[in-house]
Ligand binder design. Structure first.
Ligand SMILES: Nc1ncnc2c1ncn2[C@@H]1O[C@H](COP(=O)(O)OP(=O)(O)OP(=O)(O)O)[C@@H](O)[C@H]1O
Length: 288
């Protein structure tokens, strides 16, 4: 039986010129979810609400069965969050920050911290706000891991990170998932990360979830179909997400359904090809 570790119901938040939600979703134990969407689609805002750093206007968020607003905050010790949370302590050196943050967690693993500091070549005497963008990302990642959380919430963990460290982060995430009961939700713009790491993908557009799917389903469900002609029925079909008139071609997210529709309309299929994950995401994120 699958266990939900994160449940989001009817969540909404109005900021000045942006509205997030309403959002409903759940994340099961043992999977990696990729949260994707154009710049400004609301990924970081969503994470901030999950982490109770920002109050929602409606709805609620449960982490490990606990309302994130409740005074009881055991859930915090079970979550590792990497997303600009350390900026407020930027006047501290990495080493001072570690002394401060490690006290929050009874499960803090000093040996793991030392090992990761070496692995990512971090100068612990450097003040956090003097570190480069990529180095800050690596430090956030290390702090998110060292108390052995059950869920990692990572806001673009490799943005600005060098190639070698990117590979190490990927390896560390795979290692984190090894025992099968951990989960990760990560916002990312990197197709390789989604391809290599994520099981499920949630696409945000202007604050709303427009698609949510298992990565493996893409190969079965999405296709570009070149056809003899287009009918009005095909153009307006809910599973036709895009069409071209000359030459007639459709993009569908339910190829089996469309095969039946085309047959019924006496439309011949000239060619059919599955879409790659990159094409699907490009299509969803940038439809023009
Ligand atoms: N404190 C705030 N006050 C007003 N508007 C805000 C505030 N924080 C974020 N926004 C707006 O909310 C929208 C979503 O921002 P958010 O940072 O969540 O997007 P994102 O998907 O994480 O973007 P990116 O991929 O560029 O990191 C943006 O239009 C942003 O300007």
């Amino acid at each position: 039986m699958q266990t939900s570790i994160l449940q989001v119901k009817g969540l909404s938040k109005k900021l000045k010129r942006f509205t997030l939600g309403p959002i409903d979703l759940q994340v099961e134990q043992g999977i990696i979810v990729g949260l994707v969407g154009a710049n400004g689609s609301g990924k970081s805002t969503l994470f901030r609400i999950w982490m109770n750093l920002l109050k929602s206007d409606t709805g609620h968020v449960e982490l490990f069965g606990q309302d994130v607003n409740s005074i009881k905050s055991d859930w915090k010790t079970r979550v590792g969050y990497a997303g600009e949370i350390l900026d407020g302590y930027g006047f501290l050196t990495v080493s001072e920050m570690k002394k401060f943050i490690s006290r929050w967690y009874s499960t803090w693993d000093e040996a793991l911290y030392e090992q990761l500091i070496m692995r990512y070549k971090i100068d612990v005497k450097e003040k956090f706000n003097k570190c480069s963008k990529g180095t800050k990302k690596k430090i956030e990642f290390i702090f998110a891991l060292c108390h052995h959380p059950d869920l990692l919430i990572l806001d673009e963990p490799t943005a600005g990170v060098d190639i070698a460290s990117r590979r190490r982060i990927k390896e560390d995430l795979i290692k984190f998932m090894e025992d099968g009961d951990k989960s990760i939700v990560m916002a990312t713009h990197t197709i390789d990360e989604i391809n290599q790491l994520c099981d499920e993908i949630i696409v945000l557009e202007s604050g709303k979830i427009i698609q949510s799917f298992n990565k493996d389903d893409i190969y079965h469900d999405w296709a570009r179909i070149r056809i003899s002609n287009l009918s009005e029925l095909v153009k307006q079909h809910p599973n036709v997400l895009h069409y071209e008139i000359e030459p007639p071609e459709i993009i569908t997210n339910n190829v089996h359904m469309l095969e039946t529709v085309l047959q019924r309309d006496n439309i011949q299929i000239h060619q059919q090809e599955r879409l790659t994950l990159e094409e699907v995401l490009q299509y969803l994120i940038d439809k023009e």
